[in-house]
Design a binder for this molecule. Structure first.
Ligand code: UDP
Ligand code: UDP
Ligand code: UDP
Length: 468
């Protein structure tokens, strides 16, 4: 039916996020962005979700974007006797379940109308999804939800001999990466995260391209090296398409929480750049001792603060009261100086508030891009996985400082005194603030009419439209 009617049909794009808010968020944003450019979008949603945050965001998203289609993909109960999984992390377990169930998605995708022009899948489902796309003869792209710098390491993993490494990992054409920045599980090939990474990374070469929520000006050297094909000698990586920072999707009026407006009122009462925002993402809980030390540090810092706490990795299981975590008297003493909340907050709304002058962050990549977008300086406290590599990117770009000596999450107890000193140092660093503002400007420019991210996205869409 290659006629002119068909020619004018908008491309139909299916998107497939894996588990965890750090994975879902860029997909929701990308879905809204592609839809605003006249593409027909089907968002595939594996259910049930692990966290409550994922399911509430999906509900809000679809009610605010009625023209985006939802394809429910129920994940069958898992038979761990046939495939044992050596992790107790509920998000990792779900990644594995999703990958195993993907063949069941095949008939659902082939029945979609109009037929799919392209599928975009989470890198955590890359191996199974590439097979599926191949079977259905649909072009396939990967969405990689970390930094380009981490991609350069991740993609090199199969060819690295980590046993023989002394202090640095050499990645051709890029500065060497300190061994201490590698996710600790990478040194154990039997660790779930490593074996899962190894099997998925092999399938990257089957993709037509890789979308990253980053922007050229922020990770110029790495993006250039990746796209010049010089990083990997053993495997040809597909083209990297930097389309960040992705902006938050619009939410219908009335969908925002009441609680949200309370803390914005508090922020409205603070002077510009005076408040430090402290949050470690959607799935990182700290020990009670560490939480107490952070409280002590914020108290010592003398700064106003907005602190988001998590008592457990999965929000549904987070039942400890905030008083119990913080200790008696803390909030009474800090009442006029800070806000501490448990539960979900609208992070971008907070980061965009003029009262915020700094961000103590674990450097989950979405958080880094949000800080960049709003030009907010970062005190990097990487705790797990890709976060030390991301912290290095933050430091190199000049967006923040990194307290290297604090180590990985749980490696040691970071004392209140250290936290207080670093927070004060970041909040009073004028050079960092100036550079933060410049980065915010560069991030905006990436989305100007002829900006780098805008151009990269339009090239992808134009190519699809031509083919349709
Ligand atoms: N987030 C939020 N409110 C919260 C916790 C997280 O809005 O209370 C958002 C945050 O803005 C980011 C995402 O959830 O978009 C978390 O992803 P990130 O990569 O920063 O970290 P992860 O949660 O994957 O460790
Ligand atoms: N955009 C984005 N991230 C940003 C800024 C913009 O994804 O940080 C997207 C936005 O969704 C829109 C496009 O870039 O599709 C152009 O946005 P902008 O606000 O610059 O222009 P306008 O809305 O005035 O066309
Ligand atoms: N983890 C986490 N947030 C993250 C990454 C990891 O809570 O963003 C968890 C992970 O699931 C594991 C623990 O923290 O249970 C340590 O993670 P890591 O990847 O460093 O592996 P491990 O130290 O267990 O070998």
């Amino acid at each position: 039916m290659a006629n002119s009617d068909n020619h004018r049909m908008p491309p139909h794009i299916a998107l497939f996020p894996s588990a965890g808010m750090g994975h879902l968020m860029p997909f929701l944003r990308l879905a809204a962005l592609l839809s605003s450019h006249n593409c027909t979008i089907t968002l595939i949603t594996p259910t049930p979700t692990v966290s409550a945050a994922e399911s509430t965001h999906l509900t809000t998203f679809f009610s605010s974007h009625p023209h985006i289609r939802r394809l429910h993909f129920p994940i069958p109960p898992f038979d761990s006797s046939s495939t044992p999984i050596n992790t107790d992390d509920p998000f990792f377990i779900r990644w594995s379940q999703i990958s195993q169930s993907l063949p069941l998605l095949s008939p659902l995708l082939s029945n979609l109308s109009p037929p799919l022009s392209v599928v975009l899948s989470d890198f955590a489902a890359s191996m199974s999804f590439s097979q599926l796309a191949d079977h259905l003869s649909i072009p396939y792209y990967v969405v990689f939800s970390s930094s380009a710098r981490f991609l350069s390491l991740f993609a090199s993993l199969p060819s690295l001999n980590l046993d023989g490494i002394e202090d640095f990992v050499e990645i051709p054409d890029l500065p060497p990466l300190p061994k201490s920045s590698l996710p600790p599980p990478f040194f154990n090939p039997n660790h779930f995260f490593t074996s899962f990474a190894l099997s998925n990374v092999q399938s990257f070469r089957k993709a037509k391209g890789m979308f990253l929520n980053t922007f050229e000006e922020f990770e110029m050297e790495t993006i250039t090296a990746l796209n010049n094909g010089r990083v990997l000698s053993t495997m040809k990586l597909p083209h990297v398409i930097p389309i960040g920072p992705l902006e938050p999707f619009n939410v219908e009026n009335g969908e925002k929480s009441e609680k949200g407006s309370d803390y914005l009122v508090w922020l409205d009462g603070q002077s510009d750049g005076s408040v430090v925002y402290v949050s470690f993402g959607s799935r990182t809980a700290m020990s009670k001792e560490q939480i107490r030390e952070i409280g002590n540090g914020l108290e010592r810092s003398g700064c106003a603060f907005f602190w988001v706490l998590k008592g457990s990795k999965v929000d549904k299981e987070d039942t400890v009261g905030i008083e119990e975590l913080l200790g008696e008297g803390f909030m009474d003493r800090m009442k006029s100086r800070g806000v501490a909340v448990k539960g979900w907050v609208e992070q971008e709304e907070i980061l965009s508030h003029p009262a915020i002058g700094g961000f103590v962050s674990h450097c989950g990549w979405n958080s880094v891009m949000e800080a960049a977008r709003h030009g907010v300086p970062v005190l990097a406290w990487p705790l797990h996985g890709d976060q030390k590599v991301n912290a290095e990117v933050v430091e190199t770009a000049g967006l923040g400082m990194w307290a290297r000596e604090w180590g990985w999450g749980g490696e040691r107890l970071v004392r209140g005194e250290e936290v207080g000193d670093k927070v004060r140092e970041m909040m009073s660093d004028e050079k960092l603030r100036r550079r933060g503002r410049e980065i915010g400007e560069e991030a905006r420019k990436a989305w100007n009419q002829s900006g780098s991210s805008q151009k990269a996205l339009m090239e992808f869409i134009d190519e699809l439209k031509h083919k349709n």
